[in-house]
Design a protein around this ligand. Sequence first.
Ligand code: UDP
Ligand code: MG
Length: 198
Amino acid sequence: MQKEKTFVIIKPDGIQRSLIGEVVKRFERIGLKLVGLKMQIPTIEMVEKHYTLDPEWLRKVGEKSIQGYVSKGQTPPSADPLVTGNKVLDVLKKYMTSGPVVIMCWQGAHAVGIVRKIVGGTEPLTSDVGTIRGDFVLDSYQISDTVGRAIRNLIHASGSVEEANNEINLWFRPEELLNYRLIQDAILYDVNLDSILE
Ligand code: UDP
Ligand code: MG
């Protein structure tokens, strides 16, 4: 279980807001281990592949977007989740290719769920206080939908173990992921804390 891996991108707005250190700090201090790290400017092809790894994602994000419009009393661009999902994908391609991003793989017990908890909900307006999206940015569907852009929420983090494995395989070559021991792993996971006393 302590080998569970998750995949994280600090999106272009996160780099421009000088939040690399802040984000890394939050994952480090909870006890996760950084096993892969690189910086690049994503291509449109990679962004499209990334968001369509899950064949259901387009429909799910379309439904989420329609729900966002409806809850504000607005009419969605289309009642068809697939059409609306494709609109989200279009604006995401622009957003994610607009500048450098930091790509990371973090490992540890419950890595996927723990990272999602630290990152917070998709819409910064309603993300919990104390989460990265809740603490460092103020965007909302209302603002982003009105001007037809992606919601700027600083981070991508895998939503499930399966999604994480697919995303890690897409963005990292196997040799880019490191296998190593962190001394703190003993304190987090060992049955007996018998390495402390001299
Ligand atoms: N997104 C958006 N408008 C929407 C739904 C999603 O701009 O109506 C963007 C947002 O940047 C989000 C990304 O698409 O982070 C991926 O959507 P998903 O539903 O997977 O949210 P996440 O897993 O990132 O919280
Ligand atoms: Mg997602």
